[in-house]
Ligand binder design. Structure first.
Ligand SMILES: [Mg+2]
Ligand SMILES: [Zn+2]
Length: 178
């Protein structure tokens, strides 16, 4: 049987500050503090419509610190996955680093989680995007060979390919460019 080779490309979204409201300097410790951003749902839908897969890439060092349990995070991620399915946004996966700094190969700014997703799903990283609100997201994305978009209100220097000030602008930008 002749196998049709299709390019699978993905938009990787950082979690805190992109998928849900940023908890500030700490961690989202329970579902009641997880506030999904409608602009993320819109951006992810656009990505799917344009033929991209959608995945979430998140550091949750609070697990290593004992601030939140792995069970709690996994439960939040199950609920998030279900809600997104009900809103027409099936995820390829939520990839998480629960580790302490400098203790693994998956914590952003390292590209480990993106590489893992690519390996599991046969993704073309060069045709994929990483979107985040921190320079560490940009570094992880470019380290994996993806194009990058930084969503941040300040105009400090960045290595991102594109920089937008807020999630609303992100939505219109990817509607135009993706
Ligand atoms: Mg973030
Ligand atoms: Zn890790």
């Amino acid at each position: 049987m002749k196998q049709e080779k299709t390019i699978r490309k993905c938009v990787f979204f950082d979690r805190d500050g992109i998928v849900n409201q940023s908890p500030g300097p700490g961690w989202v410790e329970g579902w009641e503090d997880f506030h999904l951003l409608p602009e993320f749902v819109e951006a992810a839908r656009t990505a799917l419509e344009r033929g991209y897969e959608v995945a979430i890439i998140t550091n949750q060092r609070g697990v290593a610190l004992g601030v939140l349990s792995l069970e709690t995070v996994n439960d939040m991620h199950r609920r998030l996955t279900d809600i997104l399915i009900s809103r027409g946004v099936p995820l390829l996966g939520i990839y998480m680093c629960p580790h302490e700094r400098d203790a693994c190969t998956c914590r952003k700014p390292l590209p480990g989680l993106l590489l893992q997703a690519a390996k599991e799903h046969g993704l073309d990283l060069g045709a994929s995007w990483m979107i985040g609100d921190k320079e560490t997201d940009v570094e992880a994305g470019s380290g994996a060979g993806c194009r990058t978009i930084l969503v941040r209100s300040s105009d400090e220097a960045t290595h991102a390919d594109y920089h937008v000030a807020d999630m609303k602008t992100l939505c219109s930008m990817i509607a135009d460019w993706l």
